[in-house]
Ligand binder design. Structure first.
Ligand code: DON
Length: 337
């Protein structure tokens, strides 16, 4: 097992090995509840790693575009935290894993809040907090932030956006339930338009790796040097990704893979290794929980081989206490004295 400080050839070779091992896995099904998503090529499979130093390693179909879907949620959550602050956002969106499916029409009965920003309910509440004088300005604000995180101008898949709008009645029910409890305010159709648009932004596995590296790099894009997110919100975003990002697989993901992650129903997975790297994976066929089958296998393999798990014994110990002691001139206290 090698450490996260593995040499580039090791990382590159591991990506090719992951591709070789999993590209013929045929389990799962392509999502069709949003009809346009059913047109994806089930054979596509790409894996990309981007370090916070801007080093990129990839294997397979890393240039194939697909809609970001729920992987948009951490980034809109970061926008809401940046614009409104932690306390206000927390009053509208919880931080608890729901244990339910991503599209459950359910709020936390104790608070009437959506459980967290990674399920549809919490994401729609986060969309309602995007600032702007009209829906066009608000939509451009999210497109600009996503593009800055990816390091290139992204664009909307109009066909998927139209398909989501025409079939998104479950999300409409979620939105009106939250309106009833005051968890969202304003025009429901406009809020849902923003949510459907954020989900319909086209990305590649490489874009996801860069966006993940931007989060890992405390909000600054390692390729462009642009600061995209306020550093104070990164801890909150990565914490909620770690506990909620893979829905009702989140517990097993934390146990087996151990990195903040977010999946999307078009077949993308974003992984973040704090202060080290972002991982982007894409393959359209999903398991019963809505996570990419090949993507889950690939990130699990990389975590095991590179020792990426947050609590892996290979991770060098935190220097937090040492930093504090150094700053305060030592002063260790002998217990009981
Ligand atoms: O709202 C929806 O159902 C989709 N636009 C997003 C769901 C999604 O990506 C779930 N992730 N696995």
């Amino acid at each position: 097992m090698s450490s996260p400080n593995a040499s580039p050839t090791i990382v590159g070779n591991l990506l090719h090995e992951a591709y070789k091992q999993f590209h013929e896995v045929d389990d799962g099904t392509v999502a069709t509840y949003i009809p346009e998503l059913g047109k994806a090529d089930p054979g596509h499979f790409g894996i990309c790693v981007m370090s916070v130093d801007g080093d990129c390693y990839e294997s397979g179909d890393c240039d194939v575009e697909f809609t970001i879907q729920s992987i948009s949620k951490p980034f809109v959550y970061a926008m809401a935290l940046t614009d409104h602050g932690r306390d206000m956002v927390y009053s509208r969106i919880g931080v608890e894993p729901s244990g339910d499916a991503f599209n459950s029409i359910v709020l936390d009965q104790k608070t009437n809040r959506p459980f967290n920003a990674m399920v549809n309910a919490g994401a729609i509440a986060a969309s309602s907090l995007i600032q702007g004088v009209n829906v066009e300005e608000r939509a451009e604000a999210q497109m600009a932030v996503f593009s800055a995180a990816a390091g290139r101008r992204l664009r909307l898949d109009q066909s998927v956006y139209r398909s989501e709008t025409e079939t998104g009645n479950r999300n409409r029910a979620i939105a009106w339930l939250m309106m009833n409890f005051g968890m969202i305010e304003g025009n429901v159709d406009e809020i849902l338009s923003l949510y459907f648009q954020q989900c319909s932004i086209l990305v590649t596995a490489r874009d996801l790796a860069v966006m993940g590296a931007t989060l890992a790099n405390m909000g600054t894009n390692p390729l462009t040097g642009e600061n995209v997110f306020e550093i104070g919100c990164i801890q909150d975003v990565l914490s909620v990704m770690f506990t909620c990002g893979m829905y009702d697989y989140s517990g097993e993901w934390a146990f087996r893979v151990g990195i903040p992650a977010k999946s999307g129903v078009a077949g993308g997975i974003l992984g973040v290794v704090n202060r080290q790297l972002g991982i982007g994976a894409y393959s359209p066929k999903l398991d019963s929980r809505g996570n990419s089958v090949r993507g889950v296998k690939a990130l699990t393999y990389l975590s095991e081989e590179l020792g990426l798990h947050a609590f892996n014994f290979m991770n060098h110990g935190s220097h937090f206490l040492k930093n504090v002691l150094d700053r305060d001139g030592g002063g260790a206290v002998t217990p009981g004295v």
